[in-house]
Design a protein around this ligand. Structure first.
Ligand code: TMP
Ligand code: ASP
Length: 247
């Protein structure tokens, strides 16, 4: 296969091969989709912003000992990543009730959860990413029991880090989605991205204003406007927090 041939195109990223079979190149796109791609659009500068935000968060996590697929980022919208086989489970961690949790349980938006809720969704667009149970994961052989345990432990550890990190950005981490992959040694690595596309992020200083507080993809999903500004605001605050941390 030639160097930099396109291996896969997803909704938000294109994955290319590199000269090293263990390393892939993820190209972050400005394309935005919602509701299983029924809604499509573009967010100017999103590719750059999400790639930079994700790179910084992966680097911070690595420094805490969490293994990720991040290698480096040589261009603003490109991340070199370790080649992994993605576990077809979307792991959602929730601290505050929002989105599908409210729709499916009737919990009022903004309810603080007594403890983080870890949920699994089947990464399968044809089926509409349905909610999984542990037994369904084992039934479908999407992961082994010990892998489900490790992923749950990692998701909670990542949540603890992200809550604190975003607090320093004056941002409340409502919920987020993670994906994990297996490397050639069957090690579980955090993969995909952590960005305003995959997190619900509320501006803590506007906590009681249901419009102004939203600094994430819900602005696109719900046609709230000021989408680019929200992503830019998250990027600025993340960069400042990382800089302050390193000084
Ligand atoms: P949900 O409330 O719609 O289930 O979303 C929970 C979190 O997961 C939220 O932070 C957005 C994120 N998410 C994704 O990253 N990709 C998706 O396809 C969906 C549905 C949610
Ligand atoms: N991943 C969703 C889609 O399939 C987008 C989202 O709601 O985050 O379009």
């Amino acid at each position: 296969m030639s160097v930099h041939s396109k291996l896969y195109e997803g909704k938000a990223k294109i994955i290319y091969s590199t000269e090293d079979p263990e390393i892939l190149l993820a190209d972050f796109k400005d394309d935005a989709t919602a509701f299983n791609a029924q809604k499509r659009g573009s967010i100017t500068g999103k590719g750059n912003m999400n790639c930079i935000i994700s790179s910084k968060l992966f680097q911070e996590l690595e420094s805490l000992g969490v293994k990720t697929h991040y290698v480096d980022s040589l261009k603003p919208n490109q991340m070199r990543v370790k080649a992994v086989k993605i576990v077809p489970i979307e792991v959602v961690v929730r601290n505050i009730a929002a989105g599908s949790l409210c729709q499916q349980t009737g919990l009022p938006l903004g309810t603080a959860l007594k403890q983080p809720l870890v949920e699994f969704y089947y990464k399968n667009d044809q089926l509409g990413d349905p909610l999984l149970t542990r037994d369904r994961i084992l039934l479908l052989e999407l992961a082994k029991p010990e892998q489900v345990d490790e992923i749950t432990h990692l998701a909670l550890q990542i949540n603890q880090f992200l809550i604190g990190f975003f607090q320093r950005c004056d941002i409340t981490l409502v919920d987020f989605k993670l994906e994990f992959g297996l490397d050639s040694q069957q090690q579980i690595l955090l993969a995909d991205e952590i960005s305003p596309d995959t997190c619900r992020l509320w501006d803590t200083s506007a906590a009681n204003d249901p419009d102004r507080r939203v600094l994430d993809k819900d602005r696109f999903r719900r046609d709230m406007g000021n989408v680019e500004n929200a992503y830019q605001e998250v990027l600025n605050r993340v960069l400042k927090a990382v800089e302050t941390n390193n000084n």
